[in-house]
Design a protein around this ligand. Structure first.
Ligand code: Z5A
Length: 215
């Protein structure tokens, strides 16, 4: 892998249940890519620092209540408000390593099993966003993930919910997905992640058009 002046950056996305190691691996991947001369940036969703993100943060912490459909649309809006900046960074040749995105959005709301809010409904507001070049799905049973220090205090951090989220993620797998066994050591996961990332960075340096999500 080497930095490229032509072409574009790669959009690399980490998804998976709570505690599977997304934050750990996304941080390590950015450092690894930078060490290889790739301009890499770490992004995460929700972005809790925008006005919309603060509403989401308050909902996740349990401080406020909100209608499930309305909160789903807030998560989606939090991605749309970042679209232009994402596109600008990718076209400037920056590789984005993103911790959660629309797949989490669809999986978490669909997991609530609210009548009317099925998986297709949940995907609809995110259609047309920049699509990732590679989704790195860190696969782990919610039971094993819970052993990693237990769940925190946020709204969805409960084993039953995480099991249903995991079932919904399985329905969202597409041709950009690479499943990595997240129960391995940090180093073993990391070396598989690096291989996937290097492949995607190399092919994006040739300048393929960015795809639009779920269209
Ligand atoms: N949500 C939504 O509903 N709709 C949306 O559209 C979006 C999100 C985008 C935000 O969570 C919540 O919003 C989330 C989904 C929902 N709710 N839940 N649940 P977040 O992304 O802010 O969650 P987080 O708390 O930052 O991340 P996480 O998922 O809890 O953890 P993680 O990033 O996957 O794992 P980690 O922090 O890297 O690792 C967890 C622990 O395991 C830590 O102690 C590590 O040192 C350890 N670890 C990591 N890897 C290993 C290995 N390989 N072996 C052993 N131990 C390890």
């Amino acid at each position: 892998v080497s930095s490229q002046k032509s072409g574009r950056g790669a959009f690399l996305l980490f998804e998976g249940v709570d505690r599977c190691g997304k934050t750990t691996q996304s941080q390590r991947l950015v450092e690894y890519l930078k060490g290889k001369g790739v301009a890499a940036e770490l992004w995460r969703f929700p972005d809790r620092y925008t006005a919309i993100g603060r509403m989401i943060d308050s909902y996740l912490s349990g401080e406020t209540e909100a209608d499930d459909a309305a909160v789903h649309l807030l998560f989606s809006a939090n991605r749309w408000e970042k679209r232009e900046a994402m596109l600008a960074a990718l076209h400037a040749g920056h590789t984005l390593v993103v911790d959660r995105y629309a797949y989490s959005g669809a999986a978490f709301t669909a997991a609530k099993k609210v009548p009317g809010l099925d998986l297709e409904w949940c995907k609809a507001p995110d259609k047309g966003l920049p699509a990732p070049d590679a989704v790195i799905y860190l696969s782990m049973s919610p039971e094993a993930a819970a052993l990693r220090g237990g769940y925190g205090k946020e709204r969805y951090e409960k084993e039953e919910m995480q099991k249903e989220v995991s079932r919904q993620f399985a329905l969202l797998a597409d041709d950009t997905w690479h499943t990595v066994d997240a129960a391995q050591s940090v180093k073993a996961v990391e070396s598989q992640v690096q291989e996937i990332a290097e492949g995607a960075v190399a092919s994006c340096s040739k300048g393929p058009p960015l795809r639009l999500l779920w269209t």
